[in-house]
Design a binder for this molecule. Structure first.
Ligand code: ADP
Ligand code: ZN
Ligand code: MG
Length: 479
């Protein structure tokens, strides 16, 4: 029997507001433990939450970017459970009436095709604190840091539309791209600002019913989500093949061991006893506000990719890479406002620029060469002041010194030799010094032509204009 996987993801994204969702405490990451707390986020008796308007705005942005309906009337709910990092004994979340629902995200698969993934809902909630089990910090004890208590989150719940770990990966890439384009979340999975729980089941190909699902937690990178899903899908298939049954349970992914282990079974599942949050009035969202937010949305990744293909005549591959992040797309567009060869600019940004970002593990915003400087370098190639090969040397120098390309070319004497007479003299000399090769060439062994080009280039330290060298060589060899 052949099986297919059914996957639905629940993604939590920390919103980039300055203050928490129900109090004025700062949300800055990495502060001294418990320094960003107050009676509200510590859950003291008698305090009242006050909703952060910016958090609602951010959630609506994501709702609009994913084609969701924005509820004119929604409500917060208490999700009750006890845990040391949750001082109130409940989390304020949303339950029956989420802010956003019924949307979709288009993902792109490896073969270039697109697939639409449903979004069931996006709701707002508060984050919990963090328990610290690190033996170096806590010894045998457990410490708690409540700075994260009350940091605003959105939870994005996908429909069970994903069919493979690769699709799940592509979906996560798209979500991260959306939240970072919107500027509502930094998308950093390692720091926990983007977190993913994966629901997965398998079923015989052709079946229209869903199988029993398990939920895998604790994956801190997109690759780990992919790996964990692959592991869990195989486990379920093997189980079914050997006559067993999948039981509904929650599993924890262990990246080191490369396996997912049971954390709790259905019987141990929490009953959260949701009920409407009595300390907050329902949220009433006016259409005029939604409209204002809609108008403020930036151009989103897929639209920008399509525009790049259209406006700059780039292949889909280039446009996809260049629009991967908003900042990279901005950089490229700044280059091409001053350099009219769009494809040359694309090759350089995708090649040389991304290579250095990877090597140095930096972001485009930290890249030492400005878009204007890069454009000037490319223009030196286009007006034939330097060859593409010499441009690489100039580029390295720009990286190291931050100097302007024209200045480097001048200082190091790298300008291309385009003077006919100069090149002609060198060509004549090279031919004189290599009578045997000339003989070979003239008797039909045309491959030695490359040898002559190499010799002329060597004599000019790579600076001779390659077009001219070819032309003059052909001329002289014909004589
Ligand atoms: P629960 O009540 O267990 O939380 P939900 O219906 O709220 O389940 O769905 C949670 C997530 O699980 C959603 O992302 C949904 O797409 C996914 N999901 C639901 N049923 C299945 C299934 N049979 N296989 C895989 N994923 C599923
Ligand atoms: Zn607070
Ligand atoms: Mg659920």
């Amino acid at each position: 029997m052949k099986y297919e996987a059914v996957i639905g993801l629940e993604v939590h994204a920390q919103l980039l507001t300055d203050s928490k969702i129900f109090c004025g405490c700062s949300t800055t990451f990495g502060a001294e433990p418990n320094s960003q707390t107050c009676p509200v986020c510590l859950g003291m008796p008698g305090v009242l939450p006050v909703l952060n308007e910016r958090a609602v705005e951010f959630a609506i942005k994501m709702g609009l970017a994913t084609h969701c309906k924005i509820a004119p009337f929604s409500r917060f709910a208490r999700k009750n459970y006890f845990y040391p990092d949750l001082p109130k004994g409940y989390q304020i979340s949303q339950y029956e009436l989420p802010l956003c629902s019924d949307g979709y995200v288009d993902i792109e698969l490896e073969d270039g095709t697109r697939k639409r993934i449903g979004i069931i809902r996006i709701h707002l909630e508060e984050d919990a604190g963090k328990s610290i089990h690190d033996p170096v910090l806590a010894g045998e004890d457990t410490l708690v840091d409540l700075n994260r208590c009350g940091v605003p989150l959105i939870e994005i719940v996908s429909a069970p539309d994903l069919r493979s770990p690769q699709e799940a990966y592509a979906y996560l890439v798209r979500l991260k791209q959306l939240v970072t384009y919107l500027g509502i979340c930094d998308g950093n999975m390692e720091e926990g600002s983007l977190r993913c729980d994966a629901n997965v089941s398998v079923r015989p190909v052709g079946s229209t019913e869903f199988g029993v699902k398990t939920e895998v937690k604790n994956m801190n990178s997109f690759r780990n989500v992919e790996r964990a899903l692959t592991f869990e899908i195989n486990r379920q298939i093997q189980l079914l093949e050997s006559g067993g049954e999948v039981v509904q349970e929650t599993l924890l992914w262990d990246a080191h061991a490369g396996e997912a282990r049971p954390m709790r079974s259905k019987e141990e599942a929490h009953d959260y006893r949701y009920f409407p949050e009595p300390d907050l009035v329902p949220m009433v969202i006016e259409e005029s506000w939604v409209q204002k937010i809609r108008e403020s949305l930036p151009e989103l990744p897929l639209a920008r990719k399509e525009r790049f293909m259209e406006q700059y005549k780039l292949p889909a591959y280039d446009a996809g890479i260049l629009t991967m992040t908003r900042e990279l797309a901005d950089y490229y567009e700044a280059v091409v406002t001053e350099c009219r060869d769009y494809k040359l600019a694309s090759n350089w940004v995708m090649g040389e620029v991304l290579r250095v970002l990877n090597e140095r593990k930096i972001e485009i915003t930290e890249f030492p060469i400005s878009a204007q400087q890069l454009a000037r370098l490319l223009n030196l190639i286009l007006d034939e002041t330097i060859s593409s090969k010499i441009a690489k040397t100039v580029y390295e120098e720009m990286l190291n010194t931050g100097e302007d390309p024209a200045k480097i070319v001048e200082k190091k004497g790298l300008a291309q030799v385009t003077d006919r007479a100069t090149i002609e003299a060198i060509v004549v000399k090279v031919l004189e010094e290599n009578p045997k090769q000339v003989e070979q060439y003239r008797s039909g062994k045309e491959k030695v032509f490359g040898y002559f080009v190499g010799q002329v280039m060597r004599a000019t330290r790579g600076k001779a204009n390659p077009g001219l060298v070819n032309e003059i060589l052909k001329e002289k060899l014909r004589e």
